[in-house]
Write a protein that binds this ligand. Structure first.
Ligand SMILES: Cc1ncc(COP(=O)(O)O)c(C=O)c1O
Length: 378
């Protein structure tokens, strides 16, 4: 099955009792048993729910994985994955990372004795140097949030595999429509399904897809034991969103390309981070690794001050000033004070995240309107 067909049919079949084409929202906490432990595959809804199963099969299909597990949010999915580790274990990850991931790693898992090294993952040599005898996991984000750097998944997998280090890729920014990390040998893919998968800014949801039995068993154990499970309504909304993933993302990407070119030519703009621009340092890698360049971009102003960035964002009329991304509407945000506010200033500046950096999630409106809005905001 090719990708667009999968977004409609992967793991889906009409519901058995009624023939409903979309899976019903199984709004139940428990299931009748014929005798103790004799049931139709479901005993208690923390452990499983048929609406969730339909969504998990869909996400596994899109990422080319044997299985997927869904969670109540992207960070809950991350939290469940990280609980595979034990005190003393070491993780190598990127220094340009979603702020919530950074917070989870440094504020929750470091105090439990798990150690992290944050490096520029666009340079495999730096990743290699950071590996220790205790390294158990490589946490890759690509494109990165918010600098849109592109990390070579295959090169890092080749470093990790011989040392039995697991590789996990946060694929939130690309979505499986544009990038499927398991094809490059990664062990697991994580999504904030809140973003492109659900696609309508109306649900918080997370997922992990993998064909690695140990990872999936751990995640099933975590859903049952720690219980950060999504409700059936949220699973339904995410599944519904996925049906239009290809058309939404394709249109957003086309808009993003035009906006990136406009910004790159603007006199008040200092730099534009968009993998589709020839000026992007990993443009050639993005061409190889991704099917297209994505709909996220960021840029800095020649006046590199928080005030200038805030003024610009409050001038926009179509772009909504908000956290999050991947919805049908265009959003604008200021990473230094919003999504990455939990990263100390000296740490974020070292990673290249400047005061005036503005991040845009490009929606599916008309590119002409979006460009006119940005133009008047200058
Ligand atoms: C790249 C990335 N990963 C993970 C998350 C966390 O997902 P959630 O907000 O669904 O918990 C986000 C949220 O913005 C994100 O941007």
């Amino acid at each position: 099955m090719k990708f667009n067909t999968k977004t409609i049919h992967a793991g889906q079949k009409p519901e058995e009792t009624s023939g409903a084409v979309m899976p019903p929202i199984f709004q139940t906490s428990t299931y009748a048993q014929q005798a103790p432990n004799q049931h139709k595959g479901y005993d208690y809804a923390r452990v499983g729910n048929p609406t969730r199963t339909a969504l998990e099969r869909m996400i596994a299909g899109l990422e080319g994985a044997d299985e997927a597990a869904c969670f109540s949010s992207g960070v809950a999915a991350m939290d469940a994955l990280m609980k595979m580790l034990r005190p003393g274990d070491h993780v190598v990850t990127t220094n340009d990372l979603y702020g919530g991931s950074y917070r989870l790693f440094t504020k929750v898992f470091e105090p439990y004795g798990i150690n992290f090294t944050f490096v520029d993952m666009t340079d495999p040599k730096k990743v290699e140097e950071a590996i220790t005898a205790e390294t158990k996991l490589m946490w890759i984000e690509t494109p990165t949030n918010p600098l849109l750097r592109v990390v070579d998944i295959k090169a890092l997998v080749e470093l990790a595999k011989p040392k039995n280090i697991l590789t996990v890729v946060d694929n939130t920014f690309a979505s499986p429509y544009l990038q499927r990390p398991l094809e490059f040998g990664a062990d697991a893919v994580l999504h904030s399904a809140t973003k492109y998968l659900a696609g309508h800014s109306d649900v918080i949801h997370g997922a992990v897809a993998s064909s690695n039995k140990e990872i999936m068993e751990n995640l099933r154990f975590q859903t049952k034991t720690s219980g950060a499970v999504p409700g059936p309504m949220d699973c339904y909304l995410t599944l519904r969103g996925i049906k239009t993933l290809s058309v939404r993302v394709q249109r957003s990407v086309e808009n993003a390309k035009q906006i990136a070119t406009f910004l790159e030519g603007h006199e008040k703009v200092a730099s534009v981070n968009y993998p589709g621009l020839k000026s992007h340092p990993q443009h050639e890698l993005a061409k190889k690794q991704m099917d297209d360049f994505g709909a996220m971009l960021s840029f800095t102003l020649k006046d590199d001050s928080i005030e200038a960035a805030v003024q610009f964002m409050s001038n926009t009329k179509i772009f909504t000033l908000a956290e999050s991304l991947g919805g049908v509407e265009s959003l604008i945000s200021h990473p230094a004070s919003m999504t990455h506010g939990s990263i100390p200033k000296e740490v974020r500046e070292k990673a290249g995240l400047r005061d005036s950096l503005i991040r845009i999630s490009v929606g599916i409106e008309d590119a002409e309107d979006l460009i006119a809005d940005l133009d008047q905001a200058f």
